[in-house]
Design a protein around this ligand. Structure first.
Ligand SMILES: [Ca+2]
Ligand SMILES: [Ca+2]
Length: 149
């Protein structure tokens, strides 16, 4: 019977998929928040620029090397992670728009202008080869931030 191997393969595949139904659909590295309207008046002070940020979460159980990965907005402004940026297992990193000291959980884009529009925009995370890892779109000026996923 030639159909038996095929049936066995389908059964094995569905058993694999049902093992992690929720996780399978979500990217390993996720944008979990875009804080796009920083607190107070937008006067472009460094503190105000740093009140704008995105949070990126490594949802996996292994560390991920982010070197060369990029964060972009809808317009195409882009931030590239430098060398030695390792996002640990189940760790989050915050990318702030302004300048400051980078650390294990906070990085700075170094911009003098806002990047995340106060009404609508989309944050993207891409691998060095351009492959899309995750995106987070928002379209409301009623709120100051969007939680994604
Ligand atoms: Ca504001
Ligand atoms: Ca923008």
């Amino acid at each position: 019977m030639k159909t038996i191997p095929l049936i066995a393969a389908v059964a094995a595949a569905s058993a694999f998929l049902s093992a992690t139904p929720a996780e399978a659909a979500l990217p390993a590295v996720q944008i979990t928040r875009v804080y796009y309207d920083s607190p107070g008046s937008d006067r472009r002070s460094n503190a105000s620029l740093n009140g704008e940020y995105v949070v990126i979460h490594n949802t996996t159980r292994r560390a991920i090397d982010l070197e060369g990965w990029q964060v972009r907005d809808k317009t195409g402004y882009s931030y590239e992670f430098g060398p030695d940026v390792i996002l640990g297992a189940n760790k989050k990193i915050t990318l702030r728009t302004g300048s400051g000291s980078d650390g294990a959980s906070t990085l700075h884009w170094g911009r003098r202008q806002y990047v995340w529009n106060n009404d609508k925009d989309t944050a993207y995370v891409r691998k060095p080869d351009g492959r899309l890892v995750d995106s987070c779109a928002y379209n409301s000026s009623r709120y100051d931030y969007k939680n994604c996923q």
